[in-house]
Write a protein that binds this ligand. Structure first.
Ligand code: COA
Length: 386
């Protein structure tokens, strides 16, 4: 396989936006090209991660739409859908195409506009990414699914909800330094205690929000990376894995086997271990998901992720900084954009361009993007070019 590098990265601000779906995607894509000092004419293929633009904004067939808006009319363009992991799966598609030698320059975009539909309809559209016939149809929404995981985890390991509070408080604090984040609002345990219950034990502040946004990455073959403006970031490894959509088929709700498999594949390909990772952007669609992710990724043993969160081991100056961007919880979660947004943040951190949220001495950054309640997981490991 050929080496693959990131030479351009950009994202829109996440949150409720006045911009349309296409305007968001184009803003991010143009930003990534500009960041790399690249011309649109250099792009040989486009991969676009998007979950459900047809139902959110009545627009399907979005890959050629965005390609033509960018003036890339005759290149191959492909939409990739894997629920909330659509973005990272689009990235994997682009990476594999370069690694296989098909193209030298590929644009990867993730985009979603979720705020145009009423919240009840948005919840139903999202629930279509779970097993509709067996679970969603009879009322299991994503907040409900992750609430079951939270109950199982708290019960199994004997924790109270203070471990969930720790994740929400940390990620809201981290997002204060992120100009792309949806929320710039510090919260306290008291705010959480006084907030509405969504699905017991998950309150408003345990949930990622409903968001609009887009993110883009320009990928190139490793040996072409020196021709672009910014220092290259190398894609050292990735892993992707699948699992049942239905929760009732999972023997244990306190871990995501697809995340464990994806992580092992990514570590093996990169030739590194969890202790080598400088920071991680993980898929905290609900606070419990971040705690489970830190165990599935091997940062902590099963059952220890809760105590690690409570003790500050995942804070910006902790043993392993997790979600310095604010995560899905506070940066926002425009589902198709999220996985690409994690890679944009990891790129900024590796280039030392993360401003007030910069972590010192970042050598290796890991991203973890989950589709649904763990039916898809993509883990990526990025490093600075030598
Ligand atoms: N975290 C923190 N604050 C939030 C929030 C969240 N997740 N969602 C909304 N808010 C804030 C809003 O900014 C607003 O604040 P304001 O009154 O100061 O302006 C207030 O809470 C009410 O916002 P509203 O949009 O009316 O909330 P809602 O009740 O319609 O939606 C949820 C709240 C939790 C139901 C919604 O965010 C949700 O469904 N989240 C989960 C999304 C999801 O499942 N994604 C897929 C994951 S797999």
């Amino acid at each position: 396989m050929r080496e693959v590098a990131i030479v351009g990265a950009a994202e829109t601000r996440f949150g409720k936006s006045e911009l349309s779906y296409r305007e968001l995607a184009v803003e991010a894509a143009r930003g990534a090209l500009e960041d790399a000092g690249a011309e649109p004419g250099q792009v040989e293929a486009l991969f676009l991660g998007s979950y459900s633009p047809g139902t959110f904004v009545h627009q399907e067939h979005v890959a050629p739409l965005i390609a033509s808006e960018l003036g890339l009319s005759h290149i191959p363009s492909t939409r990739v859908e894997n629920a909330c992991a659509s973005g990272a799966t689009a990235f994997v598609s682009g990476m594999m195409a370069i690694a296989a030698g098909l193209y030298d320059v590929v644009l990867v975009v993730g985009a979603e506009k979720m705020t145009s539909t009423p919240v009840a309809e948005t919840t139903r559209i999202l629930a279509e990414a779970a097993d509709w016939e067996n679970e969603s149809k009879v009322g299991l929404t994503f907040p409900g699914a992750f609430a079951l995981m939270a109950q199982a985890y708290l019960h199994k390991y004997g924790y109270g909800r203070e471990i969930l509070d720790a994740v929400a408080i940390k990620n809201h604090a981290n997002a204060l330094a992120n100009p792309y984040a949806q929320f710039h609002k510090a919260i306290t345990a008291e705010d959480i205690a006084n907030s509405p219950m969504v699905a017991d034990p998950l309150t408003l502040y345990d949930c990622s929000p409903i968001s609009d946004g887009a993110a883009a990455i320009l990928l190139v073959a490793g040996d072409a990376a020196r021709n672009f403006a910014k220092p290259a970031v190398r894609v050292l490894g990735f892993g992707q894995a699948s699992d049942s959509l239905a929760l009732y088929r999972r023997p244990d709700l306190t871990t995501l086997p697809a995340a464990r498999q994806a992580a092992q594949r990514a570590y093996r390909m990169a030739g590194v271990s969890p202790r080598d990772i400088s920071l991680a952007e993980v898929h905290d669609c609900f606070t419990i998901a971040e705690i489970i992710a830190t165990e599935d990724l091997g940062f902590f043993e099963p059952g220890e992720g809760g105590e690690a969160a409570r003790a500050g081991a995942t804070s910006r100056d902790g043993q392993i900084p997790v979600n310095p961007s604010g995560g899905l919880k506070a940066k926002g979660h425009p589902v198709g954009a999220t996985g690409v947004g994690q890679l944009v943040e990891a790129t900024f951190q590796l280039r030392g361009e993360a401003g007030g949220r910069q972590i010192d001495g970042v050598e290796l950054a890991l991203t973890h993007n989950v589709g649904g309640s763990g039916a898809t997981c993509v883990v990526t490991i990025l490093g600075r070019a030598a």
